[in-house]
Design a protein around this ligand. Sequence first.
Ligand SMILES: *Cc1c(COP(=O)(O)O)cnc(C)c1O
Length: 421
Amino acid sequence: MDHFLYRDGALYAEDLPVTEIAAEVGTPFYCYSTATLERHFRLFDEALEGTDHLVCYAMKAASNQAILKTLAAVGAGMDVVSGGEYARAKAAGVPGDKIVFSGVGKTEDEIELALSGGIRQFNVESEPEMAAISAVATRLGATAPIAIRVNPDVDAKTHAKIATGKSENKFGIPISRAREVYALAASLPGLDVVGIDVHIGSQLTQLEPFELAYNKVAELTETLRADGHNIRRLDLGGGLGIPYERSNSAPPLPVEYGAMVKKTLGHLECEIEIEPGRLIAGNAGIMVSKVIYVKSGEDREFLIIDGAMNDLIRPAMYEAHHDIVPVQEPEPGQEPARYDIVGPVCESGDTFAKARDLATLEAGDLVAFRSAGAYGAVMSSEYNSRPLIPEVLVKGDQFAVIRQRPTYEEMINRDSIPAWL
Ligand SMILES: *Cc1c(COP(=O)(O)O)cnc(C)c1O
């Protein structure tokens, strides 16, 4: 459930008509709902009730400072994958001991930043990275808490570009080599081996791949404990999917996921961490765009809108589906019209949907892309010199612009001209 619903024929974000926000900030823009963000965080938190746990929001899904502060205020930790994200989490007031650092290519500068500022744990993805963390920690006279990300070689049954748990993926160390790598970790200075980490992919729509992976983690926990390692924390990654296509998909609920976690791992008495991103932010955001032209092609109608692939790249990058709805609800019984929905960018890939049935629309009408809160604004660019679109956060009947649309001048002035020109 989210808080983008029709009331009297108009789409609302919580208690605000979307048209009202559009009139003030202009289109296109991203709009997030505070109540939905908080609700989704709580669903996970409650799903793990009864176990010692921390929900670390995977902030790469949507990392605006206002979103981070909203989630931190209800108790979220953060999962970061870069020095920039670490700095964002700290700037939003998240204490270091609630920040987990993931990612395959942490640089020495990033490691130092996190060790100096405080870190809950590094999720280590390779032996050379482990050596680097050990070296930096030793140099700083610090101890780095680490978990080692194991690759359990399970098929997450998701889109190939977001599957991470097969042996051919670049992530983690093969679970078959785990004992050897944990032994190496125990022998290096400056490291405190606290646990095991696993993350098999994103937009998973079944529990089975998680369960396969977590059973392997349970077995590994016992093996590593028998080897003398004090395994006390299990980081289970993120990845639970959302219903992008409301008419025909129903991924597992956080409560079902939580029950499975307790069933597979509860007996180990470890602290549980999870790192959901998409499920917290995805349906908490929409992208609102305006129809510029309706163009008749030879055998189809194109809806040319002012949002484009640079603003929301998921359809172009992952063939992703987004439900697209008119902001003015169609009259009941109105015949749908069929459109290819495209943006103005000079690429054929700038297509959001083909042959999509929608209400009959005209230039000037607004549409909303549902489920655009995760991997939306964060993946946007200024390709075609289209300024980054604004982000807006709604809370009840209030809204605030949480990232301004830059002017053309501000965009251009980010470049600098060498002395010889
Ligand atoms: C991307 C990522 C997540 C979040 O995945 P979602 O599908 O958004 O829940 C969690 N952990 C790691 C290590 C990731 O790379």
